[in-house]
Design a protein around this ligand. Structure first.
Ligand code: GLU
Length: 374
């Protein structure tokens, strides 16, 4: 048995291939199984949120499309049609068990501004307090490349720390992480526990992608990195285990468990690294780079040699070395136009260059997160 103590809140992600039949119609028995398991969890006092894929697939079914459309607007139309079908199916199943559900649709730009993200987390919190199950999906009907998360494994891992989930479970069409591709090697072994996501683990993920959904093993490993760094355990397991959800939450060894990091990062750092997109970058000299590698120091104008992109004060930017490697991410106190004027100059010269008094750090150490190699 796994040592899961005091699990109070969990988040479940179910992939498209597990939710639709071969003809892409919604697999109602699976949806009923999900709600039945949720009822069992609720009875034990455990709150649950669901990230559900399947909108595009079910919309394709409604429109009689066999191939996933390439055209963005048609894909968006499928999502709009399929999402309401999906909710209809969930609500029908929820009623059987006396459960209530609510729909939340998000895109990546809903995380970009911290205040806006906090409103989302307040909404989710209010739903939990009312014993309502949030059913979350990407807002595919409006998602264009610039603003989308892209896959629901990642989306679930981004939401997980926002609701303080103790455990994230990704239900998929695979049993977990194998040491090699089980479709090619019959002797492939399922890995029960991953305590550190290193390059060996990443190699095991290969590049398999599902034919129906957008996630593959790589997006799942990435999701594991995001959620374990926030202090939540994550499990990958087969969706045929949904009916055993309560056992999994009690610690039964099913699928692959990725252990939460003990020294996990704060929610602010998590937001800077994973949720907010960088709007540009500053290139720093080797002196500042070496100082940064040894300890987190502020980024001063003197050590900046170049600025890329157009950004405003308060936005997230990358700090890169002269070879283009990203060393840190942080909140800038200056716009790109201002940094172009002050780069290479001492902090005490800033007032005379800009004509006004401002902070002496371009990025304060407290607003900076170093990106460590695995
Ligand atoms: N949001 C997509 C949908 O509902 C699925 C994304 C995914 O498969 O990860 O169709």
């Amino acid at each position: 048995m796994r040592d899961f103590k005091n699990i109070k809140k969990i988040i479940i992600k179910v992939g498209s291939s597990s939710l639709v039949n071969e003809d892409l119609s919604i697999n109602q028995p699976v949806i009923v199984n999900i709600m039945q398991s949720f009822k069992e969890l609720h009875d034990k006092g455990i709150n649950v949120a669901l990230v559900s894929s399947g909108a595009i697939a079910s919309g394709m079914h409604e429109l009689g499309l066999i191939k996933r459309p390439k055209e963005m607007s048609l894909k968006q139309a499928c999502a709009a049609i399929g999402q309401s079908k999906l909710m209809e199916a969930y609500n029908k199943a929820a009623e059987i068990y006396g459960l209530k559900t609510g729909q939340i649709l998000v895109n990546h730009d809903d995380f970009q501004i911290r205040k806006r993200m906090n409103y989302l987390s307040d909404t989710l919190d209010a739903m939990f307090k009312q014993n309502v199950i949030p059913i979350i999906n990407e807002n595919d009907a409006l998602a264009v490349d610039e603003i989308k998360v892209g896959d629901n494994d990642t989306l679930a891992s981004l939401i997980s720390p926002m609701i303080n989930a103790d455990l994230l479970i990704l239900f998929s069409d695979i049993d977990g992480l194998f040491d090699k591709n089980p479709k090619i090697y019959p002797d492939a072994k399922l890995i029960n526990l991953v305590s550190k996501i290193d390059s060996d683990i990443k190699k095991m993920a290969g590049d398999k992608t599902s034919t129906v959904g957008t996630g593959g093993m790589q997006t799942k490993i990435n999701a594991a990195k995001i959620s374990t760094s926030a202090g939540a355990n994550m499990i990958i397991c087969n969706s045929n285990q949904i009916k055993n959800l309560c056992d999994i939450v009690s610690g039964k060894e099913i699928g692959t468990l990725f252990l939460a990091k003990e020294n996990h990062i704060s929610s602010r750092e998590h937001w800077i690294i994973y949720k907010a997109n960088s709007m540009g970058n500053v290139v720093i000299d080797d002196g500042l780079k070496n100082a940064l590698i040894n300890k987190k120091v502020s980024i001063l104008s003197k050590g900046i040699t170049f600025v890329n992109g157009d950004f405003l004060k308060g936005m997230i930017i990358d700090v890169i070395d002269k070879k283009g490697k990203v060393i840190a991410k942080g909140i800038t106190n200056y716009s790109s136009a201002e940094i172009r004027l002050i780069q290479g100059h001492e902090s005490n010269e800033l007032k005379s260059i800009l004509g006004y008094e401002s902070k002496s750090e371009v990025i304060h150490a407290n607003d900076l997160v170093l990106l460590k190699e695995d």
